[in-house]
Design a protein around this ligand. Structure first.
Ligand SMILES: [Zn+2]
Length: 183
């Protein structure tokens, strides 16, 4: 089984559809953060992980401002995302992006010590952006997208409890929930 992990960002859905194969599972969270979903991933028979972070990530900008201003984030966002970088002082957003990939890949290696893990950063300046829709969908990892979902933000996970922080970030971004498969 292959696990494809990326961010919920509205610009990435066509990239996911281009790479995903039948039977693959897709996980999408704010910032392609693995920490929040790790418990549900543990024990899955995964041979291959494709980890796809991206440039210009709103979730990482939020982490960066929480770190550089020393402000506490929302408690759920703090626990799932920001807390793993408290005490670190990335000099700029690019350094935080590198630290984040390193940290998430380390979690993936712990979860799947025998899997082949490939990391490919999607440079959003090099892909075609769909028109942005101010909505988000909560989908299961097996779900694929219909054409009308392109341009929406998409959170994909096994359980809604795993993505509480991601939902908070969707709300900070002013998005409203459209489709929910995770109830
Ligand atoms: Zn992102």
């Amino acid at each position: 089984m292959c696990l494809l992990i990326t961010c919920m960002d509205y610009r990435l859905s066509e990239e996911v559809l281009r790479r995903v194969r039948p039977g693959d599972l897709v996980i999408r969270t704010a910032g392609a953060n693995v920490r929040g979903v790790a418990r549900s991933l543990a024990g899955l028979p995964v041979q291959e992980v494709l980890y796809l972070p991206h440039t210009d990530c709103a979730a990482l900008k939020l982490v960066y401002s929480a770190l550089s201003q020393g402000q506490p984030a929302d408690p759920q966002v703090e626990e799932a995302l920001v807390s793993q970088y408290r005490g670190r002082r990335p000099a700029d957003l690019e350094e935080l992006e590198r630290l984040h990939v390193e940290t998430q890949v380390a979690i993936l290696r712990t979860l799947f010590p025998h899997a082949r893990i490939t990391v490919e950063t999607i440079d959003v300046s090099k892909i075609r952006w769909p028109p942005r829709k101010p909505i988000y969908h909560l989908l299961k990892p097996q779900s694929r997208y219909t054409q009308d979902m392109i341009g929406a933000y998409i959170i994909q996970a096994f359980k809604i409890e795993d993505v509480k922080a991601d939902i908070k970030i969707a709300e900070f971004l002013g998005l409203s929930l459209s489709l929910n498969e995770l109830v």
